[in-house]
Design a protein around this ligand. Structure first.
Ligand SMILES: NC(=O)C1=CN([C@@H]2O[C@H](COP(=O)(O)OP(=O)(O)OC[C@H]3O[C@@H](n4cnc5c(N)ncnc54)[C@H](O)[C@@H]3O)[C@@H](O)[C@H]2O)C=CC1
Ligand SMILES: O=C(O)CCC(=O)C(=O)O
Length: 409
């Protein structure tokens, strides 16, 4: 499908889930004014209706961009996840339609790490239950079961951006840090990689999860794994709600085996602040239950708003895909004085030679060409003289294997 360049005022951005106003400011700075903002996630049918007219959509972790939603998103060019996780987006459905997906891979890592450290300290001191008791009028002054964080062993599952940052802060507080990751990672500071999940669980005082939502991390912590944890151990999950079997955790807390837990993410989360939060963990005083706020700080949200909005604007303006999660990454220069053709295709043999033939056969002069591929997709950007872009675009759109082609003026 060939697409002509649209004037900026006709390019519509749909921003959902209370994305920070810095996103709107960044888009306006880039010259975009057609921006529809919603404070909440939309129910599926409303989402389908709203996304039908949007060229760009911005979401956080709540909105599910499924095959059904993408099928309704006829004009959609790119998705901005104003967060780290992209599990809420059906990336295959986006890619096969030539829709680029962006996220903010670093902007809230520090916020998550700080929350986890705070929770670890408070849980080791029994503050969650002492606080709940005090609210009921009970006075629980006691040192029993209250420990310093210094010298305790922190077991990090998933030593990525958050895990690494957390490890550094934990060491500065005197913790011993060990981690488990499916990939061999360079340990920072004195951290140590252990190569079995069971070993990590059995030898850590505090276990904290920082893995993405994948098939492999689904119920990664269930009854068996919880049984391996130390008596008096603490479990923290600020990754995704699918990673911990909540019923198994409730059973383990009921038995008194664990001293406490802090859970920020849940298998089913309320759609908005107006909806009830339902969880079998609500009855435990020694569990911090937070409403998926690991990354919800003013600093993080402001930075994320700016970062992702700028990525969307840049992709719209000149085709740059730097840090896209599903597209080959190309950082492109400006294209003043010429038209820029964008060709997104299945990465299969023969497409590039067919594209090159378009130019050799038509005699259209190419002033610059950029190509990048990943396993699934090839992304070619070709700058041509303005007068030839119509003909070249039409021919490019007809190349077998084309997913989408566009021209930017
Ligand atoms: N609660 C909140 O508000 C937030 C939650 N998150 C969640 O935290 C997750 C982690 O974030 P980052 O550290 O930035 O991601 P990252 O991609 O930098 O690190 C993830 C790490 O997990 C490892 N991993 C993947 N599968 C694994 C498995 N099966 N077993 C062990 N290790 C595995 C990876 O190799 C990688 O080192 C995100 O995917 C997101 O779901 C992120 C930000 C805020
Ligand atoms: O702040 C949000 O809405 C989601 C944060 C999160 O889970 C992420 O960044 O992956």
């Amino acid at each position: 499908m060939a697409r002509q360049s649209l004037p900026k005022e006709k390019i519509k951005f749909l921003l959902l889930e209370g994305i920070h106003p810095s996103a709107v400011e960044a888009l306006q700075r880039a010259g975009y004014e057609n921006i529809e903002v919603h404070a909440k996630a939309l129910p599926t049918e409303e989402l389908k209706a709203a996304i039908a007219g949007a060229h760009f959509v911005g979401i956080r972790s709540r909105t599910q961009l499924t095959e059904e939603v993408f099928a309704a998103a006829r004009k959609l060019v790119a998705v901005g996840c104003f967060c780290i996780g992209t599990n809420q987006v059906n990336l295959e459905a986006a890619t096969k339609r030539g829709i680029a997906v962006f996220n903010a891979p670093f902007s809230n890592t520090r916020s998550v790490a700080e929350l986890v450290i705070a929770e670890a300290i408070l849980l080791l001191r029994g503050v969650a239950e002492k606080n709940a008791a005090a609210h009921r009028g009970e006075w629980q002054k006691s040192a029993t079961g209250a420990f310093e964080i210094r010298g305790k062993k922190l077991g990090i599952i998933g030593y990525g951006n958050i895990g690494v940052q957390l490890g550094i802060i934990a060491e500065s507080l005197g913790m011993q840090v060990q981690f488990y990751d499916v990939v061999n990672k360079l340990p920072l500071g004195n951290a140590r990689q252990v190569h079995s999940l069971g070993q990590l669980l059995a030898s850590s005082d505090v276990v904290t999860l920082h893995v993405p939502e994948t098939a492999a991390t689904q119920d990664m912590i269930g009854a068996q794994e919880l049984e391996l944890m130390r008596e008096g151990g603490i479990l923290i999950n600020a990754s995704r709600g699918t990673v911990v079997d909540i019923d198994a955790l409730a059973a383990r807390l009921e038995s008194g085996h664990l001293a406490g837990a802090a859970i920020d993410v849940f298998p089913v989360e309320p759609r908005s602040n107006d909806d009830e939060f339902v969880s079998p963990l609500r009855r435990f005083d020694n569990v911090f239950l937070t409403p998926h706020i690991g990354g919800s700080t003013v600093e993080a949200q402001e930075n994320i708003g700016m970062e992702v909005a700028e990525k969307l604007a840049k992709y719209s303006d000149n085709g740059t895909t730097t840090s896209s999660v599903n597209f080959p990454e190309v950082a492109l220069p400006e294209h003043a004085g010429c038209h820029r053709l964008l060709h997104i295709h299945h990465n299969i043999p023969g497409v590039m030679s067919a594209i090159n033939s378009v130019f050799s056969e038509t005699g259209v002069n190419v002033s610059a060409q950029f190509l990048q591929t990943n396993e699934a997709v090839g992304y070619v950007v070709i700058d041509v003289d303005a007068e030839y872009s119509d003909i070249a675009l039409a021919r490019l759109a007809a190349v077998e294997g084309t997913i989408r082609s566009r021209v930017l003026f």
